[in-house]
Design a protein around this ligand. Structure first.
Ligand code: CS2
Length: 480
């Protein structure tokens, strides 16, 4: 069997290697959530920054749930291969700033010790929307979220993201260690501000003085992150092995495009990420809204329509000219809700998105994007739709997207085969729909009643809700 990737020596000449002395690297960042997106985005940006500008910005990662990625990274001394795929071919880059991986569920003390380590100056996060414990109806802490409830009950033995951050900051304060900068890299609008509010809400409940200290001392920069990263498959591992000459169980694959916009507010220094192409700004909100509404909104639209239409990958959906045209129409509608974005022409941005979605070398499953709909819909579709209807617009493509999500939420395809919704509110949705007749009016009425999901600006708009019901009826009919 081929040797495992554990060092940078002896790799095939087709492997692109990092240009810095890895052995001299010291940890400066703790990253929570070492999933594929982090390995395709944050880690290579940091790799590039270290190569260009040095600094003690090695990364230790911690997984709060499953152990496999962390275990694979430790078995490989933190090294892994990033495949960049486009139609011209695939290139393999070995990414090297990860020094160690922790598994919180196995050894929570290890992670807590890292959080109070003065060398750690940034604690970054890619934990997905549902891990925050954010109540989209109030904007504050969701007290029913299992991690939030558990961590409020036992704050010194946390298990969730907010609980760990508050406990880590509390220990640093008690020991006179300067705070780290929490850096959210998840697809939430104003992700830093959201995280700040959750951390402050949590701290207020356990220790109001700590809340004040955090408010006075800890910056929470927001970021806009972008890189399409499908889940790894056997083809990923096979190509990584072919191009590096080493077996790699932590390999990931991604597209050529990458973008990162970061608010430049750090308590304690940061890597020179701009040397690797990041844009440092004062306020990221215009970029975030653009990306969430144009890219992610269109992605969700295509994922739901595509999945229920029998398309496995986004690139297949883009081969359907009607659906590709619809995606473009939706991007235009989303662009109409935006303020100007510095340095970006929205037309050209939309053209580029269409090309990225159509990339034949990227096998991005519609089912992957369809997951966690209740966590994604608000910022991607419902907020811009509310603004569009308030301005007297028709918000038609939003109605299509919502109808497609509702059709998907029925949990059975056109042949009657059932599938798992993969949404934290799946049980609630199933209960709500249990006795509802399968027609557009009844199903949409039931789902519009899902607590806290749809804003009143939409549910009070009869024209729009009827539009959703009619479109949903067509999708349901199509499946009989
Ligand atoms: C996708 C995103 O899975 C999803 O919901 O829309 O992960 C998307 O690929 C990234 O945000 C692109 O940057």
């Amino acid at each position: 069997m081929t040797e495992r990737l554990t060092s940078l020596s002896g790799l095939a000449p087709t492997a692109k290697l990092p240009h810095y002395d890895r052995d001299a690297l010291k940890p400066g960042i703790l990253h929570l959530g070492p999933g594929a997106f982090f390995r395709a985005h944050f880690a290579p940006f940091t790799d590039g920054a270290i190569a260009a500008a040095g600094g003690d910005w090695g990364i230790e990662v911690a997984s709060l749930r499953t152990a496999d990625v962390a275990d694979h990274l430790n078995e490989q001394s933190g090294l892994y291969t990033m495949l960049v795929r486009d139609t011209a071919g695939t290139t393999a880059h070995v990414i090297a700033p990860i020094l160690r991986a922790h598994v919180a569920t196995r050894n929570p003390g290890d992670l807590l010790a890292k959080l109070e380590d003065p060398a750690i100056r940034i604690v970054s996060l890619t934990v997905t929307e549902k891990a925050y414990g954010f109540d989209s109806a109030t904007g504050g802490l969701d007290l029913k979220h299992p991690d939030i409830a558990a961590d409020l009950a036992d704050r010194h033995a946390p298990r969730g993201v907010v609980g760990y951050l508050v406990e880590g900051l509390s220990r640093r304060r008690a020991k006179g260690i300067p705070p780290f900068t929490p850096l959210s890299c998840d697809n939430l609008p104003s992700n830093g501000a959201v995280l700040k509010r959750l951390v402050l809400d949590f701290a207020e409940r356990v220790d109001p003085d700590l809340r004040q200290w955090i408010e006075d001392n800890v910056p929470f920069p927001s970021t806009m992150v972008d890189r399409i990263t499908p889940a790894s498959t056997d083809a990923t591992y096979r190509d990584a092995e072919r191009l590096t000459g080493r077996r790699d169980m932590a390999a990931i694959e991604t597209e050529p495009f990458t973008q990162w916009v970061i608010e430049d507010h750090f308590a304690n220094g940061r890597p020179d990420w701009e040397q690797a192409g990041a844009l440092m700004v004062e306020d990221v909100s215009a970029y975030e809204k653009m990306k969430l509404r144009m890219l992610n909104g269109a992605h969700s639209l295509l994922a739901y329509l595509g999945y229920i239409g029998g398309y496995e990958f986004i690139r297949d959906v883009m081969d359907d000219v009607g659906l590709a045209a619809l995606a473009r129409r939706h991007m235009n509608a989303a662009a109409a809700t935006l303020d100007p974005v510095p340095g970006i022409a929205l037309e050209a941005y939309a053209d580029e998105l269409i090309a990225r979605f159509a990339n034949k070398a990227i096998a991005h499953r519609t089912y992957q994007i369809a997951m966690d709909g209740t966590q994604k819909l608000p910022q991607r579709l419902l907020e811009p739709a509310s603004e569009a209807v308030a301005d007297g617009g028709k918000a038609e493509t939003y109605a299509i997207a919502v109808a497609a999500w509702m059709r998907y939420a029925l949990g059975a395809d056109r042949n009657g085969e059932s599938y798992e919704l993969r949404d934290p509110r799946a049980a609630e949705i199933a209960a709500l729909l249990a006795d509802v007749p399968r027609n557009g009016g009844a199903v949409s009425k039931a789902l519009f009643g899902l607590p806290g999901l749809f804003p009143a600006a939409l549910t009070d708009n009869l024209g729009w809700t009827e539009d959703v019901a009619n479109k949903l009826e067509i999708l349901i009919q199509d499946n009989r």
